[in-house]
Design a binder for this molecule. Structure first.
Ligand code: AMP
Length: 436
């Protein structure tokens, strides 16, 4: 990696360091239900505190309505309700102003961080207001303050220059360690550096690790290199499919997107998820693979149901059929047993694997078997193969199954890792200083 990291910085003692973290943790009734993201940020924060820096931490949490800004923004969903006469703009704004400071505050994260970091962290009740400035000014060496939710200001997502200047405040150094938002170009993730407000800009240990493992595997994979893609739609992953096909030896397809590929091969897919407009694209990818001497593996058998489960975890009857014999009134919901074996066999022979997206409607236990089989196959090759889980649903599946410590790397950013797989440069990384 050619970007500077915190390790490349000298003389951190007494320096004001602004660190963008990803503390967007799941919460229920003010209680953090999964603190992985907090744990992931600790190495960088500890390093800076131990080196005697004065650390200002910042992050977003959820999708608030910019309640700290003069203008409260309403999203499309809200505006539809207003148009339908169900409510008024004023009522929605009042509700957001009342609920969100409680629901989407980072105060519980500050409390947890303070416990984990031996009482060295305080919380500021605003982002660029009086409390934040007073607390930043009062920091002693080896102490930290966490600012309130950045997205309480619309200026964060709109990269407002004045906001960037106030957010930077007294910062000598900017550290980006929020891999989960590195694909976003916002004030705190990129603009603060792009506008030249903070000149010294480096990544933290979390981003460094994410890049080391993922970018290096994409650029210099040990072969055979297998990429596994699943999830709902082909349309969402066009560039990922194209880019991965160029890099890998075998591309394994599962999930809802498999049916558009099967249709492209001339099979009937019943009532399965189908992206009509992308059938030609899938044909093109199949041809591209054949020409390049690469393999695209599609499900050879399919778990079908006669309807989509509602609720999603409904007990449902299934029948496994060959993928070229899906009945007209049936829906493909998961990869079948033969496909699971076929995919596991490929994984067994691989030296590098990256995986993004479930093999079926894994939220339903009956339809989760394909996703479980892939996770198991990856766990089995632990130590012999580099296995990378690109965040999101596949990461959740691996964690729920208890295989987290049997993977080389589980990314903390679903969207960001997908953009890396697409071959894109992430704004939150592009803006950082190059190593000499
Ligand atoms: P994505 O966000 O694109 O990774 O898609 C994840 C979603 O794809 C999950 O909610 C799955 O339930 C859904 N999914 C996976 N397989 C299928 C399928 N065969 N039909 C419909 N949805 C599916």
């Amino acid at each position: 990696m050619n970007k500077m990291s915190v390790k490349d910085l000298k003389d951190l003692k007494g320096k004001n360091v602004l660190v963008r973290c990803d503390f967007n943790v799941p919460m229920k009734d003010g209680v953090i239900t999964d603190e992985n993201r907090i744990q992931g940020a600790l190495p960088t924060i500890k390093y800076l505190l131990d080196a005697g820096a004065k650390v200002t931490l910042c992050s977003h949490m959820g999708k608030p309505h910019s309640i700290f800004s003069a203008e409260v923004k309403l999203n499309k969903k809200d505006l539809k309700k207003v148009d339908a006469g169900e409510t008024t703009k004023e009522a929605l704004i009042e509700k957001a102003k009342k609920d969100e400071p409680k629901k989407l505050t980072l105060a519980p994260v500050a409390k947890r961080l303070n416990e984990l970091l031996d009482g060295k962290v305080v919380f500021a009740t605003d982002v660029i207001g009086k409390d934040a400035k007073a607390k930043r000014d009062a920091l002693k060496e080896g102490e930290a303050v966490l600012l309130e939710n950045l997205r309480f200001h619309w200026e964060e997502e709109k990269k407002d220059e004045g906001f960037c200047k106030e957010l930077a405040y007294n910062a000598d150094i900017y550290v980006n360690d929020a891999f989960g938002t590195a694909h976003r170009s916002h004030a705190s993730t990129a603009a603060i550096v792009e506008y030249g407000i903070v000149k010294t800009a480096v990544c933290g240990f979390l981003i460094e690790k994410e890049l080391e493992v993922m970018a290096d595997t994409l650029e210099n994979p040990q072969r055979p290199f297998v990429a596994i893609l699943g999830g709902a739609k082909v349309a969402d992953k066009l560039n990922v499919i194209n880019n991965l096909l160029e890099k890998c030896d075998t591309l394994i397809i599962g999930g809802g997107m498999a049916y558009t590929f099967l249709k492209a091969k001339g099979y009937e897919v019943g009532t399965s998820l189908l992206d009509e407009e992308k059938i030609d694209y899938c044909k093109e990818m199949l041809e591209k693979a054949a020409k390049a001497g690469k393999e695209i593996l599609l499900p050879i058998d399919t778990v079908t149901t006669d309807h989509f489960p509602e609720p999603i975890d409904e007990a449902i009857e299934t029948k496994i059929v060959p993928s070229n014999k899906i009945p007209a009134d049936k829906m493909g919901m998961d990869i079948g047993k033969k496909t699971r074996k076929l995919y596991a066999k490929k994984i067994k022979k691989a030296k590098s694997v990256i995986w993004n997206g479930p093999m079926g409607v894994f939220e339903n236990p009956t339809l989760a078997q394909g996703t479980i089989a892939v996770a198991e196959a990856l766990a089995k090759v632990y130590g012999k193969c580099t296995t990378i889980i690109g965040g999101g649903d596949s990461a959740a599946a691996v964690q729920q199954l208890g295989y987290a410590d049997k993977m080389t790397h589980i990314s903390t950013g679903g969207g960001a890792s997908l953009e890396l797989f697409e071959g894109k440069v992430l704004p939150g990384i592009a803006c950082l200083n190059e190593k000499n």
